[in-house]
Design a protein around this ligand. Sequence first.
Ligand SMILES: C[S@@+](CC[C@H](N)C(=O)[O-])C[C@H]1O[C@@H](n2cnc3c(N)ncnc32)[C@H](O)[C@@H]1O
Length: 254
Amino acid sequence: MTGKLFVIGTGPGNPDQMTPEALGAVAASTEFFGYFPYIDRLNLRPDQIKVASDNREELNRAQTALIRAAAGVNVCVVSGGDPGVFAMAAAVCEAIDAGPDDWKSVDLVIVPGVTAMLAVAARIGAPLGHDFCAISLSDNLKPWEIIEKRLRLVSEAGLVIALYNPISKARPWQLGKAFEILRETLPATTPVIFGRAAGRPDERMLVMALGEAAAERADMATCVVIGSPETRIIERPGLPELVYTPRFLKDASR
Ligand SMILES: C[S@@+](CC[C@H](N)C(=O)[O-])C[C@H]1O[C@@H](n2cnc3c(N)ncnc32)[C@H](O)[C@@H]1O
């Protein structure tokens, strides 16, 4: 019999946004595999073993966890946010797909979590109230030309866009270029939300018009949500503005 291989998400960083199901998986596991800042979010018992690794080592980490689960150990692979959104659940599936046959029999449990765009959206109103999509701006695993094409198509389709991995030291220009592309299709007044570190003590929410949106406002801990032409801002006296996308489409020609 194999051990269980849990793949969990810690949520965006606020301990209250980690689900009871994910906490149950933590309690049931003895070995933990993940990027160290995510593993450090867990309160582990002395008998529970951390195997922290760097990002970019996802496939290797997934393979090591599968080896341990196949050997009968209950293991937990840890992501931030939701494990299925640009995270470890896909890496584990890739490893199973390409790995030895016995990995297909491992008792795999993928536990959903609160993904960054949901945490950002809830903080600012309801920008994801109508149709939306999520795009990782990282061109580490796909060519930049594909990202440009997708940005053009989804903005023409009128979708709200949540951009994950918007910028990093190694990818300094991509977000600015993405804004340029989106300005070709979307009105300059379209709200852009820079949702940084949602749910953490260093959280910062900023709303700018697309015409003025500057890539320097984002960092690796930011999820950038670009509204659709329907997205609206409600100014509130003495309170932060609300950004929302109505459930109905006023202009059906869009
Ligand atoms: C590799 S992706 C992982 C996404 C994660 N699995 C999720 O579901 O949120 C990392 C990106 O998620 C976004 N992110 C993660 N935590 C965040 C937070 N607390 N606030 C805003 N964005 C966050 C950022 O865009 C960051 O570059």
